[in-house]
Design a protein around this ligand. Structure first.
Ligand code: PEP
Ligand code: MN
Length: 333
């Protein structure tokens, strides 16, 4: 249950009520809310005098639910650039799977600048499937991303692999990326709840939509309302493509949740040849963002070589997306 408290409720009373009902307390848009488990269906007598409003839910999908907030929540990424709400912006986030060198990440920054795009991606702590593969440049890579932000003005998104370096990620990024393998990490989720930076949480490849949304609830109920969901493909019986992009799931999330959505066709497809068409299908889903891996020489990329677009292919894709965006009344940012 979510309980909106009356405006005049004092701090002490809020703390008492939160503790009595083992509820989360959040302060959002000038209002105080208490959130209990969704198994609570009736407003307790002790809350009656303090409640302005309350919402009952079938499941623990609460703050993220359209039954609570009946629109896509607006998230400000920087002054003058927001996604969700009444904004019809679709981010085209570009950049390599991994930051590999200053020269490489500068070339990606220049590409985005030429196309007037706002957000640069680049992984520095890579959650690889093998311990023998390239694990990322770590802090050195994050410092390179920060340098690019200073030089080019792009917003930076980079992934956190585990809770040990969450502070570095918060310091150096504008959007925190929680990877598909890391989305169950409670240390990461709880740390992301304590910052106000936007967080993009990727769906694990064996994660149900309910589990996915509940991971987002950890961040929302901890006090950070800036959560974005990213569908990046789930594992099915099919092996010809890397994963299966669950666009049906995206339609479900759009119908039932208030969270902005970014789609990642690169990791779903796993092969560059399919990425442009899939990206256009993603654009047609009316989502708040697309995240595409691009590399100056994909064949020699240190991670995810087969799925990264070369810069020409990325430029073509950007061009081909324009009429689709226009048709949807959206602006590519
Ligand atoms: C990535 O974005 O490079 C990545 C590792 O993604 P995912 O967590 O979706 O596998
Ligand atoms: Mn990758």
């Amino acid at each position: 249950m979510i309980i909106e408290l009356k405006r005049n409720t004092n701090k002490e009373t809020i703390e008492d009520l939160a503790s009595k009902h083992r509820a989360f307390h959040i302060f959002n848009e000038d209002k105080n809310f208490l959130i209990t488990s969704a198994s609570v269906k009736d407003l307790d007598k002790s809350l009656e005098n303090h409640a302005e409003n309350h919402w009952v839910f079938a499941t623990d999908m609460q703050l993220s639910s359209k039954d609570f907030l009946n629109k896509t929540r607006e998230i400000e990424l920087k002054k003058g650039l927001s996604i969700g709400g009444t904004q019809k912006n679709t981010l085209l986030i570009g950049g390599p799977c991994s930051v590999e060198s200053e020269e490489q990440i500068r070339s990606a920054s220049q590409l985005l600048k030429d196309l007037n795009l706002s957000v640069l991606r680049g992984g520095c702590y890579k959650p690889r499937t093998s311990p023998y593969s390239f694990q990322g440049m770590g802090l050195e890579g994050l410092q390179l991303l920060s340098k690019m932000r200073d030089e080019f003005g792009h917003l930076i998104i980079s992934e956190v692999r585990d809770a040990t370096h969450i502070d570095e990620i918060i310091t150096h990024t504008d959007i925190i990326q929680i990877g598909a393998k890391a989305m169950y990490d409670q240390g990461i989720l709880r740390a992301c709840a304590k910052t106000q930076k936007p967080v993009m949480i990727k769906r694990g490849f064996g994660t149900t939509l309910q589990e996915f949304v509940q991971a987002a609830e950890f961040i929302l109920s901890g006090g950070n309302s800036n959560v974005i969901l990213c569908e990046r493909g789930i594992r099915t019986f099919e092996t010809k493509t890397r994963f299966t992009l669950d666009l049906c799931g995206v339609a479900w999330l759009q119908e039932h949740t208030n969270l902005p959505i970014i789609l990642d066709p690169s990791h779903a497809m796993g092969y560059a040849y399919g990425v442009p068409s899939l990206t256009k299908a993603c654009m047609a889903m009316n989502v708040e963002g697309l995240i595409i891996e691009t590399h100056p020489s994909p064949l020699i990329a240190k991670s995810d070589a087969s799925q990264q677009l070369d810069y020409n292919a990325f430029r073509n894709l950007h061009k081909e997306l324009q009429p689709l965006a226009e048709c949807l009344g959206r602006k590519i940012k």
